[in-house]
Design a protein around this ligand. Structure first.
Ligand code: EPU
Length: 310
């Protein structure tokens, strides 16, 4: 099929909703990367599911963009369709003593966690410092302060490419450190919403935890555009500690610098491009492997066309 025919099919289906050549840098927290060839906003889980079904049926490649906090978009951008997930409703449920939150996958995790805390519900305080959407956090088992999504997830509603609509429970998500059954099989399903467990808590204790986590984040993690932790922590150690121990804090390529505050954060100090990020990632990985034998694995996902860089 030619690109022109593809575009005709997309226009016939999405009409005014379809935008072309939409710059993505400002939709990511690192503020780098090229444009999406085609771009749609999905305002509800139903719309997200319909869009994805259509794209699967027509074999169009697509990427679902949440809050862009854990991705590095290539300078060449994304050739297929980017669906911006703006399905953000949050609903609190109470059933006798048991409490849960149902959040659409594009809901901002920090908002969900703060609303829970304000309602006197405990269990999600760890998530008040994590940028990203509920969908992204459920997919990647996001975590901080010794907790992660694995502790909260009750059910996730997904659309599966071959099996249709499904609800997966915590066990079926088969969580591991920063990974899940869905993450291990990328592209087979899209997350529509999730139900998270919380419980009635002591408001003073909740407030204390929020203050403690926010202070620890301010003290140990740098401000400025970045993707958060660049690498996963290798078993029993911290990627930040290892990079720091090799004297790499402050190392800079183009507009990207290994943060002098936390060595696993790579900061866009101004004028960076995705290639700078790529080059700094490879440089640090290379030095760490050479000096310690440890192969640091990316926590972030590289999206788009990276051929030029290979
Ligand atoms: N450390 C250094 N130098 C550094 C950075 C850290 O020596 O430049 C040392 C610290 O002093 C500490 C140890 O390494 O003894 C661990 O550091 P930290 O407590 O900052 O935690 P981390 O393992 O680097 C993890 C998560 C963060 C999360 C924090 C706090 C990963 C990859 N990172 O970081 O998650 O916020 O714990 O709970 O699991 C993220 O996933 O994007 C993220 C920011």
């Amino acid at each position: 099929m030619t690109a022109l025919m593809d575009e005709k099919i997309l226009l016939a289906r999405f009409a005014q909703r379809l935008r072309k050549d939409v710059p993505l840098a400002n939709l990511t927290t690192a503020k780098v990367g090229g444009a999406a060839r085609y771009f749609l906003s999905a305002e509800s889980p139903a719309q997200l599911a319909e869009d994805v079904s259509f794209l699967w049926a027509n074999d169009f490649p697509f990427f679902i963009l949440g809050s862009g906090s854990n991705i590095l978009v290539s300078d060449a951008g994304i050739e297929g369709v980017v669906i911006h997930n703006k399905a953000r409703l949050i609903h609190f449920d109470e059933n006798g003593e048991s409490h849960s939150i149902c959040a659409e996958s594009g809901a901002i995790l920090i908002t969900v966690a703060r609303q829970a805390a304000l309602s006197g519900l405990t269990g999600l305080e760890w998530a008040t410092t994590i940028p990203g959407t509920v969908g992204g956090a459920v997919y990647g088992n996001a975590g901080a302060h010794g907790a992660s999504m694995q502790q909260n997830l009750l059910l996730v509603d997904i659309l599966h490419r071959t099996k249709g609509y499904l609800s997966l429970n915590n066990e079926q998500m088969d969580y591991s450190y920063r990974s899940s059954a869905l993450k291990r099989e990328p592209g087979v399903a899209v997350i529509l919403s999730a139900r998270l467990a919380v419980e009635k808590g002591d408001t003073e204790r909740i407030k204390e935890l929020l203050n403690e986590f926010s202070a620890s984040r301010k003290q140990t993690q740098p401000p400025g555009p970045s993707m958060g932790s660049t690498f996963k922590n290798p078993a029993g150690d911290s990627a930040g500690r290892i990079i720091d121990s090799l004297g790499l804090k402050g190392t800079r390529i183009g507009g990207v610098q290994v943060s002098p505050i936390h060595a696993n954060f790579f900061i866009n100090v101004g004028g960076a491009c995705a290639r700078d990020y790529y080059n700094l990632i490879r440089l640090v990985q290379g030095i760490v492997e050479e000096k310690t034998g440890i192969k640091l694995e990316l926590e972030i996902e590289m999206i788009g066309d990276w051929k030029e860089q290979a």
